[in-house]
Ligand binder design. Structure first.
Ligand code: SF4
Length: 241
């Protein structure tokens, strides 16, 4: 492929990640996010003008150096912030990785379904889609968009038959209940390309980041979920499946 002059603003790089997609992965955290989730763990990624500027080739060259660790399942994951705020850059990194036979995974909130986003999805092997809540009211109150936006994104991924891992942060008093888990199961059932659901516990270790940025942590007053409550929700998620 011909390379362009596009560059991207990158928050940080993780060379051997095991939490963001299958296998061992090189994870690129992009700078900038249009949403303001109350549970956000990375408020330092919000500003679109911060971060370090890279060319797609610079990132791809770094990824290739780790390929022996990827084995069959691993590869590159581009996360954020919201990676689809910089779609041309992400598409080019993924294309360069594909040219090297490296698997590509996109971690997104599904809030931007533009023509440029669709071009990224053309070179994406798996999407980690963060479904923050299963009701529109909670989405509007705590995320910054309506639920129809990520659901339309998921519909598009189904149409294109792109494998999806649904992810949800479990936040006590918000979505740590059976109704939410059953609704999440239902969303997965309606989209056969969803082959995995991951529940992630809400964590407050990010409080220090908020303090440093002098931004209030909206969910700072909420407790973290207990191990037992996470297990119970996991069991309900996988019951009779
Ligand atoms: S989409 Fe992700 S990065 Fe953006 S505000 Fe929500 S949790 Fe934070």
């Amino acid at each position: 492929m011909s390379e362009t002059a596009v560059t991207g603003r990158v928050h940080s790089l993780q060379s051997l990640g095991t939490l963001d997609g299958p296998g061992v992965r090189f994870v690129v955290f992009m700078q900038g996010c249009p949403l303001r989730c109350g549970c956000c763990h990375n408020p330092d990624t919000w500003s679109p003008s911060a971060g370090t500027v890279y060319t797609p080739r610079e990132i791809a060259d770094k990824v290739v150096r780790y390929r022996e660790y990827f084995k069959e399942d691993g590869g590159i994951t581009i996360s954020g912030g919201e990676p689809l705020l910089q779609p041309d850059f992400v598409r080019e990194v993924f294309s360069l990785c594909h040219a090297e036979g490296i698997n590509t995974c996109l971690d997104t909130s599904g809030c931007i379904l533009s023509a440029a986003s669709k071009a990224v999805l053309d070179v994406t092997d798996r999407v980690l889609l963060d479904i923050k809540y299963t009701t529109d009211a909670l989405y509007r109150e705590n995320v910054g968009c309506g639920i129809e936006t990520p659901l339309a994104f998921l519909d598009y991924l189904s149409e294109k038959r792109i494998p999806v891992t649904l992810r949800q942060v479990i936040i006590p008093t918000h979505n740590d209940n059976a109704e939410n888990i059953l609704a999440l199961r239902e969303i997965a059932k309606q989209h056969p390309n969803v082959d995995k659901i991951e529940l992630l516990p809400f964590r407050k270790i990010c409080q220090v980041k908020y303090d440093k940025l002098s931004i209030p942590f909206r969910f700072g007053h909420l407790p973290e979920p207990t191990r037992e409550s996470m297990l119970a929700l996991e069991n309900l998620l996988h019951e009779n499946t």
